[in-house]
Design a protein around this ligand. Structure first.
Ligand code: ACM
Length: 637
């Protein structure tokens, strides 16, 4: 009973602190563990002196601090190891403070200045990200902004993360993103205290990392035919079409990105996706395939190569590596070796997802392997492959990780699992004693549409901001110690450029950040969303794209008893007024306001809806074809 009461008290205190954030206009994402606002503020002086430890690890942090402050404020910023009168003081604890751990910090701001204290440089970096969020939004500007009162509200903050693995996956294979674009993506995630960049470097559509032992992986495997539209349904390219769309990172590029990420305390998890999703590798080295005729294969350009409608999703061309061929393992030994030498992070991700087995079933070599190794099913064949690969990865000093399919047919002894098909794979793996990272489609597949499909490039499923916000990496009944954390995944079939990658990532990345950093008891969607709106304004300053889909309603079509069509509108956030038209004109806040289910006029062809907050339009006008509403009723039947 006492325990229940004290849990309730802690919850109330946490909730009060969260409320305090919004009342004061303070909007920190992710929500800190404890924040106490005080009256008063610190006004930045004309010239800013920062006292900070000047270790090698601090140098890039201080460089970022100087650049960011002077870019937006135009102020001269000086950093000194000893400066008793400094406005901002960063200090490292001499003996480790057990409350804040390796990444936490204390931040205290008063009328006199700001103090940030941590056990590590990472903690100071995160304290600084919080400080930036305490400053006016214009701090995000790349150019000097005049007329701003540069103030920091008086607060006391104690903060540290819930999980050590706070990840975002970025697929650079389906579409290629330059080194600079990747860096900007990492920069943005680090501002929200995400610390793990999962770099999906290979797939059917492109091999993106230079491997010196196998140069054709990038001379051949990094390029396909440029197509635009709805990826996946493209007309197969003709042989004469130029294969010049794509690109890759040299090993020097990779080192540069790793250093850039390290400067922001972001680890990089490289992924080579095998044995499925390997058409780019097979097109470069057909001897990797168990199928005759693979020498005619080309890197995929978005045409159909799998049949997702059938069980086991058979492949139409064999995009798998030959699990029965010794060359496959020699190849992987070299590839894994070169990648292990490049990336300092202790884990390597080797894919394992969605491997079609229909070509393996036909292969004499695979049949012989099954006899020789007493393998009963194709899942056991994949398990044989994964276990050999795990040994290769371990021989290079890394820990092996794969998507949850590596559980099928028997998981290797030390493998870590990334659970994507819901949380069940993660639960099963944790019960078997394996480390798990949760990244379930249900909450964190940020390639899914975040609003109605009439407004978004079409992906087969939807994931709204409020649903992502419900993400909790630790499901019931699992040993929390084995859950390393969580991450969101951005697959890029329908993402052709970095602006769209930003759009898909934010604001759902904010929800992810709170799910993996903040105490679960401090999460509150209403409070969170009021902060999100302030961060939208910050993104406007920083010129980062984000999705306004959260302001756009969901449409539910129905039938009246007289057979006429009706439609109900619902919003995932409160405080919006929705205005609509059926006359094909663009509604504003002088149009009819939505108050309840609408009957669709018999001749109408479009319903247009727009959201307002008071007199301000928020989000976009949504145009919903009436034919689409009708088809949804038919589909629902
Ligand atoms: C996956 O989404 N195929 C891991």
């Amino acid at each position: 009973m006492n325990k229940v009461l004290s849990i309730l008290t802690v919850c109330c205190l946490l909730q009060t602190a969260t409320m305090a954030q919004t009342k004061t206009g303070i909007a920190i994402i992710p929500e800190p563990v404890k924040l106490t606002p005080h009256t008063g503020q610190f006004i930045l002086p004309k010239e800013l002196t920062v006292q900070a430890p000047t270790s090698e690890k601090m140098a890039p942090v201080l460089d970022l601090l100087k650049k960011k402050f002077s870019a937006a404020t135009g102020k001269m910023v000086r950093v000194k190891a000893v400066a008793p009168a400094a406005a901002i003081k960063l200090s490292l604890n001499k003996t480790a403070d057990t409350v804040i751990g390796n990444e936490g910090y204390y931040l205290s701001s008063t009328a006199k200045g700001v103090n940030i204290r941590a056990n590590t440089e990472a903690g100071l970096f995160y304290g600084l990200q919080t400080l930036f969020q305490l400053l006016p939004k214009e701090i995000e500007s790349k150019d000097v902004v005049t007329g701003v009162k540069w103030t920091v509200p008086a607060v006391e903050i104690t903060d540290y993360p819930r999980f050590g693995w706070r990840g975002l996956m970025f697929d650079v294979s389906r579409h290629f993103f330059t080194k600079k674009e990747v860096m900007s993506y990492i920069d943005n995630m680090a501002k929200y205290k995400l610390n793990l960049f999962h770099w999906h470097l290979t797939d059917d559509e492109g091999w993106r990392i230079e491997i010196k032992s196998f140069p054709k992986l990038t001379t051949v495997g990094a390029y396909n035919v440029k197509r635009e539209g709805t990826f996946g349904d493209f007309i197969p390219p003709k042989p004469e079409e130029p294969r010049n769309y794509g690109g890759y990172y040299t090993q020097d590029d990779i080192r540069e990105v790793i250093k850039y990420a390290q400067d922001r305390f972001v680890n990089i998890l490289p992924e080579v996706d095998v044995p499925g999703h390997s058409l780019a590798a097979v097109a470069s080295y057909p001897e990797l395939s168990a199928t005759a005729g693979a020498d005619k294969y080309t890197v995929r350009s978005g045409e159909k190569i799998m049949d997702w409608s059938k069980p086991g999703h058979p492949a139409l061309v064999d995009n798998t590596l030959n699990p029965a061929g010794e060359f496959t393992y020699q190849f992987l030994d070299k590839v894994v070796g070169e990648i292990a030498d490049l990336f300092p992070f202790g884990y390597m991700h080797l894919g394992g997802d969605e491997c079609a087995k229909n070509f393996w079933e036909q292969s004499d070599a695979v049949k012989d392997l099954m006899k020789r190794e007493n393998l009963k099913t194709q899942e056991e064949v994949q398990s044989y492959f994964e276990k050999r690969l795990e040994k290769i990865v371990e021989s290079k000093g890394k820990k092996f990780m794969g998507w949850d399919e590596i559980l099928e047919g028997g998981i290797g002894p030390n493998a870590a699992v990334m659970s994507w098909r819901g949380v069940d794979g993660g639960i099963q793996a944790a019960k078997l004693g394996h480390e798990v990272v949760m990244s379930p489609t249900t909450y964190v597949y940020i390639d899914y549409m975040q609003g109605d499909k009439v407004m978004e490039p079409h992906v087969y499923a939807s994931l709204r901001l409020s649903k992502t916000y419900e993400f909790d990496p630790v499901p019931e009944g699992v040993d929390a110690k084995l859950i390393k954390g969580g991450q969101a995944n951005l697959w890029t079939e329908q993402v052709y450029n970095i602006r769209q990658a930003e759009y898909m990532t934010w604001p759902r990345g904010f929800a992810l950040a709170e799910s993996v950093w903040s105490p679960a008891a401090k999460k509150n969607f209403t409070t969170f969303f009021s902060k999100v709106e302030q961060h939208f304004a910050r993104f406007d300053e920083a010129e980062i794209k984000y999705a306004p889909s959260v302001y756009e309603p969901d449409f539910k079509a129905g039938m009246n008893t007289d057979g006429s069509l009706n439609v109900a509108l619902t919003s995932e956030v409160t405080g919006l007024d929705l205005y609509y038209s059926f006359d094909n004109s663009y509604p504003d806040n002088f149009y009819p306001k939505y108050t309840g289910v609408l009957t669709v006029p018999i001749d109408a062809t479009q319903l247009k809806v727009v959201a307002y907050k008071g007199k301000k339009q928020v989000g976009r006008v949504v145009t919903m074809p009436i034919a689409e509403l009708k088809s949804r009723i038919v589909k629902a039947k």
